[in-house]
Design a protein around this ligand. Structure first.
Ligand SMILES: [Zn+2]
Length: 104
């Protein structure tokens, strides 16, 4: 019985972490305007990615760093540009240039 209870609890914890990550991702995307900064794509949140404008300033990857506290994530987000996965590849291949943010 004890083992079973433990397993249920572990299962619950895993689900809670997944839920939290998903929520943080939604918050992060929302914080960055909710759409691709290059083409305006906003159909699928899973296809939006964070591009570090200056990779030297990168403290942690936002794709796997969503276990951090929200204020820390926000600091990291301020160094990023929200783009869709297509534009992200194009930026890295230097086919497209991200728009320079003038609001900061
Ligand atoms: Zn795009």
């Amino acid at each position: 019985m004890e083992t079973r209870k433990y397993r249920d609890r572990a299962d619950y914890m895993v689900k809670a972490v997944t839920k939290r990550r998903k929520r943080l991702r939604e918050m992060a995307v929302d914080y960055k305007g909710g759409r691709c900064n290059v083409c305006g794509y906003d159909k699928c949140i899973a296809a939006l990615e964070f591009h570090h404008e200056d990779s030297a300033k990168k403290d942690f990857g936002l794709s796997d760093g969503l276990t951090r506290s929200w204020p820390k994530i926000q600091l990291e987000l301020d160094k990023c540009l929200l783009v869709c996965s297509n534009c992200h590849r194009e930026i890295h291949e230097r086919i497209t240039q991200p728009l320079v943010e003038t609001s900061k």
